[in-house]
Design a protein around this ligand. Structure first.
Ligand code: SF4
Length: 487
């Protein structure tokens, strides 16, 4: 689907990518339905709370330094602001950079829902510039501003003429999409349409879309090894730097969910190639990804030399630890890309994947092709793994864990691991997106798993002292019955 940068709004994931938040089936079925374009969202009888795309935007756009973000919303919608700013401040401090981005809000109230809050938004924009003089002001919308039909774009156009920095809308009403990852696209749309400039000349760097750049030093060194610089997005970036991403040799990413909009948008708008292979987790993922980068930017020989050197160092060590992981049964609960990518790494390390729960699922990306990691897993998995798409629905995850009784539960997003541990299942919260990136981290990931499953006394002791709210009857239910129409 062509990305339209002439509008302030953009298509939500359900429309652009055929994304769903409800599905139960198998990896083979998911791969076939993704290729055929027949995947339908399944309603569920009951739903626990989850995240929203507006919260995702606050967390992601605030990675950019020296900007102001005004949340046009009731104050509760910005509840995550203090956590987000603490996180970004620490990421900047780690690199010795100043971080002065601020998050503010218009604190919409009952009266605003009737009479509107356009004037309040206008005053907040002007006062924000007067106090902070940021390099840009982003206005994020909310369910309330959306429901009352607030004309945010007109306020921004008028007020933007009064101050000398860009004032940029991000339309991310929480009810807009059931997929909170739509917030990544909302952020990318704002950057692509208002920040990025046409290229002046071709640069000698690649754009690397990621979250928290924890492996930055290794990645910079790796690309230096093949004679190329790397620009990591968005953590610790400035508007000036972002304005030149159109000059990159290519755009690459740690996660297909995260980068589809920016990567394909840059390719469609400015001809910057977007690397669309499986992502660089585990050995197979890393080598497939890095070789494709080498092919696209004309560095095949350099990439191959790097791979062979790293293989000689790490593959014997990985083979050694693999022997101790044989037969370990694993269940995963993660986002639409990581769930299937980490499942591949788990199999690569000799373990067995019993079940995958994906928080949402994109049946295609912005280039129209189905996610390569699901196709890869369907083709290479030794058996047809059970899959459900359940947006952080803990009640469903615990039902699945109780049924399969795995040796290990791997999850991204911390809430579910707490519950799994209380149930007695050893768990790892994979907060760091680079936990199984490349050779060195695949080896350390294998050892982390070995440590976790070798001593299980923590989970045993904790679960024996805790009574969870779920009854035996509940645990006997097939998780397919949680969806409309059953299996
Ligand atoms: S934008 Fe909507 S869904 Fe998100 S926090 Fe605010 S009210 Fe809740």
């Amino acid at each position: 689907m062509t990305i339209n940068l002439n509008s302030t709004t953009f298509g939500k994931r359900e429309e652009r990518l055929g994304s769903v938040v409800g599905y139960v089936g198998t990896i083979q079925d998911l791969a076939v339905q993704s290729r055929c374009g027949t995947l339908k969202d399944r309603g569920r009888c009951f739903s626990q709370s989850s995240s929203c795309d507006a919260g995702c935007v606050l967390g992601y756009i605030s990675h950019i330094r020296d900007v102001a973000i005004i949340n046009h919303a009731p104050s509760g919608c910005a509840a995550s602001a203090s956590t987000v700013l603490t996180n970004q401040t620490q990421l900047a401090a780690k690199r010795g950079l100043p971080y002065d981005t601020v998050i503010l809000g218009t604190d919409m109230n009952e009266s605003d829902t009737i009479f509107g809050a356009a004037e309040s938004l206008r005053e907040t924009i002007l006062e924000t510039y007067r106090r902070y003089q940021p390099s840009a002001i982003f206005i994020t919308t909310s369910c309330v501003s959306g429901i009352i039909g607030e004309d945010v774009d007109s306020v921004i156009t008028e007020t933007g003429e009064e101050i000398p920095v860009p004032v940029i809308p991000i339309h991310c009403e929480g009810f807009k999409s059931k997929v909170w990852a739509t917030g990544f696209d909302a952020t990318d749309h704002a950057v692509l349409s208002r920040i990025v400039k046409p290229p002046r000349k071709k640069g000698n760097f690649v754009n690397f879309k990621n979250f928290n750049e924890s492996a930055r030093d290794d990645i910079v060194e790796m690309f230096r090894d093949i004679g190329v610089d790397v620009f990591m997005i968005y953590s610790n970036t400035t508007l000036e730097e972002l304005s030149h991403v159109s000059e990159a040799l290519a755009t690459i990413s740690i996660c297909g969910t995260l980068a589809s909009y920016l990567g394909n948008g840059l390719e469609q708008q400015y001809g910057v190639p977007y690397i669309k292979t499986i992502n660089p987790l585990g050995v197979t993922g890393f080598e497939t990804w890095f070789r494709e980068i080498g092919r696209v930017i004309g560095k095949e020989a350099e990439v191959e030399a790097y791979i062979q050197r790293q293989r000689a160092i790490y593959l014997p060590k990985i083979e050694e630890v693999k022997k101790k992981l044989q037969g370990i049964h694993v269940i995963l609960g993660m986002g639409s890309s990581f769930a299937f990518q980490v499942a591949r790494v788990v199999q690569e390390l000799g373990m067995e994947v019993d079940y995958i729960a994906s928080w949402h699922y994109d049946s295609r990306y912005d280039d129209g092709a189905p996610p390569p990691h699901v196709q890869y897993l369907a083709e290479h998995s030794p058996r047809n793994i059970g899959v459900s798409v359940a947006d952080q629905q803990n009640f469903e995850i615990l039902n699945i864990l109780n049924k399969y009784k795995p040796d290990l539960y791997l999850a991204r997003h911390p809430g579910t691991t707490v519950w799994a541990i209380k149930q007695g299942v050893p768990s790892i919260f994979m907060a760091d997106e680079y936990m199984s990136f490349g050779y060195k981290r695949t080896l350390s990931f294998a050892y982390t798993i070995l440590d976790r499953i070798t001593n299980r006394s923590f989970e045993r002791n904790l679960s024996s002292r805790i009574r969870l709210p779920y009854t035996d009857w509940w645990y006997r239910q097939d998780n397919a019955s949680f969806y409309e129409g059953g299996r």
